[in-house]
Design a protein around this ligand. Structure first.
Ligand code: ZN
Length: 171
C-alpha cells in the first residue's frame, strides 16, 4: 500500500477495501511467516523507512503520533516504540533494532537541524558585523571628503580675498 493512498484515502474507504478483499486476509493468514518475511525483505521499502512512513501516516491521520507510548483508539491498549510495529511492552520496544534505528535517525536529523540553525546564526552575525564595518568605513571616508572640501573652500576664499586685496591696494 503506497504512502500517498494511506495519507489521502479516508479511513472508511480503507475499511471498505479491507472488507472487499477478504481473500487477501485469508491469504495473509495462510501464508507462512518466513515467506512473508522474505517478501517484505524483497520490498524496496526498508524497515527504517517503513517506520518513518508509519510515523508520518500516524501523525497526519491522528492515530497518536510518535510518542513512546500511544493509545489505540478506544481499545485502551497502550503501544510502545517508534518503528511502526505496535510493541505491547516498553522493554520489547527498548530491545527493537528498528525502533533504535528510527530513534537514531530522528536524533541525527535533529542534530543536523540544530547544527544548521547554529551555522545560520553564526553567518547572520558575521554578515551584520561585515555590514557594520562597511558602514563605519563609509562614514570615515565621507568625513575625510567633507574635511577636504572644507579646506579647499577656505583656501579658495583666502586666495580670492588676497588677490582682491593685491589688486585693490594702492601701490
Ligand atoms: Zn520497534
Amino acid at each position: 500500500m503506497g504512502i500517498l493512498f494511506r495519507l489521502l484515502a479516508p479511513k472508511p474507504v480503507k475499511k471498505i477495501r479491507h472488507a472487499a478483499h477478504p481473500v487477501r486476509n485469508v491469504k495473509r493468514a495462510v501464508t507462512p511467516k518466513p515467506v512473508r518475511q522474505v517478501r517484505r525483505a524483497a520490498h524496496p521499502v526498508s524497515m527504517v523507512e517503513r517506520g518513518i512512513e508509519n510515523g508520518i501516516v500516524h501523525a497526519v491521520r491522528g492515530s497518536g503520533g510518535r510518542t513512546a507510548a500511544r493509545r489505540a483508539g478506544g481499545t485502551g491498549t497502550v503501544y510502545y516504540g517508534t518503528c511502526g510495529v505496535h510493541h505491547r511492552r516498553p522493554d520489547t520496544a527498548a530491545n527493537c533494532k528498528d525502533c533504535a534505528a528510527v530513534d537514531a535517525l530522528q536524533a541525527a536529523r535533529a542534530a543536523a537541524a540544530e547544527a544548521a540553525r547554529v551555522e545560520a546564526t553564526r553567518r547572520a552575525a558575521a554578515e551584520s558585523a561585515r555590514a557594520e564595518a562597511a558602514r563605519v568605513r563609509r562614514e570615515v571616508i565621507l568625513a575625510d571628503h567633507k574635511r577636504a572640501a572644507e579646506t579647499n573652500r577656505k583656501q579658495h576664499a583666502t586666495a580670492r580675498t588676497s588677490s582682491w586685496k593685491t589688486w585693490a591696494t594702492p601701490r
